[in-house]
Ligand binder design. Structure first.
Ligand code: PLP
Ligand code: SF4
Length: 366
């Protein structure tokens, strides 16, 4: 095991360090929480498969009187996680198969995933990369990324570098500045993207120092990961405002999780609050990946389609995420949203409108 130094960065602003220290950092810290006996015994075994961690700010959102609390469901190990169902996978979206060099996945010509760390500020029970996080457990070093940077240097078709992991914003400011500066030396890269749960689970970490470390010549897009409107608080609002004022484009991806956000009311409120309160555009709603031990959190695709259809009817385009499935074997993310095309007869397309009525659209081309 490597020691986890990511979250111990020297930083003048220490509020977030207190949040980390006072949270759950190890399975033994769960002893201080009011868990059910079943959760307590599951935690011991579950933690050997996927680490347990949550900052205090996030744990404080849990209503402990509600066994089905949607925040609790995301971070407290459940006995259901110990159930493995046939068809579940270690690497649900084939990250490893498309990894030409360590710490990098290249599946689409113009963009790569870069993994500066395999550690996170929180360990989400439903994580589709949890097998990488447990078995690899490596932190950031400049040397570890050298081959990946050389690969990006050599592949001039790459336009977007996506920092993911693990959680890139669990790194110290200095490491982030170093990574950003190195990427900026590569002339063909246009966009720096950061996929992170830190603004949700540890919003105090979004300091002026962190934001400054990411500012440079590149357009920066931060893709947050809110799953429920209860995660939107004055602290997450401040974190998002800090990033917006720095000029970052903010998007959100959510995972559709049974018992957490699988009703149209919950998703509608989440999407509206993201856009109207945080200025974060809902980007993707992911169908549950085939992560191990997660059958109890997955919906069927038909249920997801019904939700996506109901959301589209209620929400403006700007508030509406695209419902996608990341196909196994590296098939990429494909939209699953309800199909409006009912049939085609020559130039006549029969298409179901938002009002449910089917109309004919006759193609007219020059
Ligand atoms: C999700 C993903 C991306 C980003 O896809 P977008 O549709 O651009 O958000 C890029 N590469 C890989 C391997 C991915 O899994
Ligand atoms: S923060 Fe992301 S990578 Fe880390 S455990 Fe949660 S979902 Fe997985």
């Amino acid at each position: 095991m490597t020691t986890d130094t990511n979250l111990k960065a020297a930083n003048a602003d220490t509020a977030w360090q207190d949040d980390v220290r006072a949270g759950v950092r190890h399975v033994r810290d769960l002893a201080s929480l009011p868990l059910s006996p079943a959760e307590r015994s599951a935690a011991q075994e579950g933690a050997t498969r996927h680490k347990v961690r949550a900052p205090k700010a996030y744990l404080d959102l849990i209503d402990w009187n509600d066994p089905a609390d949607p925040i609790r469901a995301q971070v407290i190990p459940s006995p259901d996680e110990l159930v493995e169902t046939e068809g579940e996978l270690d690497d649900p979206i084939a990250d490893h198969h498309f990894s030409p060099v360590p710490r990098l996945t290249h599946r689409h010509a113009d963009r790569v995933l870069l993994f500066p760390t395999y550690q996170c500020a929180v360990y989400c029970r439903f994580c589709f990369r949890k097998e990488s996080l447990t078995s690899i457990g490596r932190g950031y070093t400049r040397e570890a990324l050298e081959e990946a940077f050389a690969y990006i240097d050599a592949h001039t078709e790459i336009r977007e570098v996506i920092l993911t992991g693990g959680d890139p914003l669990s790194l110290p400011d200095k490491a982030l500045a170093e990574i950003r500066a190195r990427i900026e030396t590569i002339a063909h890269v246009r966009l720096l993207r950061i996929h992170t749960r830190v603004p949700v689970v540890l919003p105090s970490r979004i300091t002026p120092g962190l934001v400054g470390a990411l500012q440079g010549r590149l357009m920066v897009t931060v893709v947050t990961h809110f799953n429920h409107a209860r995660e939107i608080t004055p602290a997450t609002e401040l974190a998002c405002r800090t990033m917006r004022q720095a000029g970052f484009v903010l998007l959100n991806q959510s995972v559709l999780l049974k018992g957490v956000n699988d009703t149209v009311e919950v998703l509608e409120e989440l999407c509206r609050e993201l856009m109207y309160r945080l200025g974060v555009k809902p980007y993707y709603l992911h169908h549950g990946d085939l992560a191990r031990g997660m059958a109890h959190r997955r919906t069927t695709i038909a249920e997801g389609q019904a939700l996506a259809g109901a959301l589209r009817a209620r929400l403006s385009g700007i508030c509406n995420p695209v419902y996608v499935l990341d196909l196994p074997e590296g098939g990429g993310k494909v939209p699953l949203g309800p199909c409006h095309i009912e049939g085609q007869d020559g130039r006549d397309w029969r298409i179901r409108g938002q009002d449910g009525e089917v109309r004919v659209y006759r193609e007219v081309v020059g």
